[in-house]
Design a protein around this ligand. Structure first.
Ligand SMILES: C[S@@+](CC[C@H](N)C(=O)[O-])C[C@H]1O[C@@H](n2cnc3c(N)ncnc32)[C@H](O)[C@@H]1O
Length: 211
């Protein structure tokens, strides 16, 4: 199991019933079953190939697999939903299409691969509050957001929520954001340079405040 999925597993409460959306090989669920953290789960997959693999890998366990887009047509009662290893816009799309179901799930764990800024904005505008935000560094940084239904206090969408874990992984994430902007600044027109300079300043202030 890679560090990223292990970190996600760490966010799952013992004994909870979970649905892993876009489960692929079901590595996360297999690990949770094998470690005795869960004893019942669901998985969904949009693509036939991964669905078949997922089903096969979960055969020995108390799990049911659905071939569907996100939670469409899924009506089981769960405590936790996981949406990991997908782009921010795909995650938004999955939640949007079944928003009433997500409103009835206590804990939603998401791990976007890109567009974290846009995802934070969408979550804020749609009353999903980030109760824990943490990072793991494994060749690149990964962000894991634990969210719940409810209005959030305002926060800087660039730097992360008020509930971010300020450890060395978060600093690595901020340093990466800084590097990306410094490189981009050399290539863009003046009007965009100003915006990037402002963002670089905000990120620098944040990093310095954590030293
Ligand atoms: C890169 S894999 C990530 C697998 C696993 N969640 C992880 O984090 O390692 C993304 C998986 O999500 C599935 N997927 C993408 N969009 C989906 C959707 N709307 N509903 C269900 N599954 C989806 C893909 O078919 C693929 O198997």
């Amino acid at each position: 199991m890679n560090k990223r999925l292990k970190k996600i597993a760490g966010s799952i409460s013992r004994g909870s019933v979970i649905v892993d959306i876009g489960s692929d090989h079901a590595y996360l669920l297999k690990y949770l079953f094998d470690e005795g953290i869960i004893d019942k789960s669901y998985a969904t997959e949009i693509a036939r190939g991964p669905y078949e693999i997922c089903k096969k890998n979960l055969e020995p366990y108390n799990a049911q697999v659905f071939l569907t887009d996100g939670l469409q047509g899924f009506n089981e009662k769960v405590d936790t939903a996981v949406i990991a290893g997908m782009g921010g816009f795909t995650i938004i799309d999955i939640i949007k299409k079944s928003i009433n179901k997500f409103r009835n799930i206590n804990s939603i764990i998401i791990q976007p691969m890109q567009n974290i800024y846009e995802l934070r904005v969408w979550l804020f505008d749609n009353n999903f509050r980030i109760v824990k935000e943490h990072y793991i560094f494994e060749n690149k940084y990964y962000c894991i957001l634990e969210i719940e239904n409810g209005k959030s206090e305002e926060y800087d969408f660039l730097l992360g929520s008020n509930n971010v874990v300020c450890d060395e992984h978060y600093i690595a994430y901020l340093q990466n954001e800084l590097r990306l902007r410094k490189n981009l600044k050399k290539k863009v027109p003046d009007v965009k340079k100003k915006q990037l300079a402002d963002e670089i300043n905000r990120i620098n202030i944040r990093i310095n405040s954590l030293k």
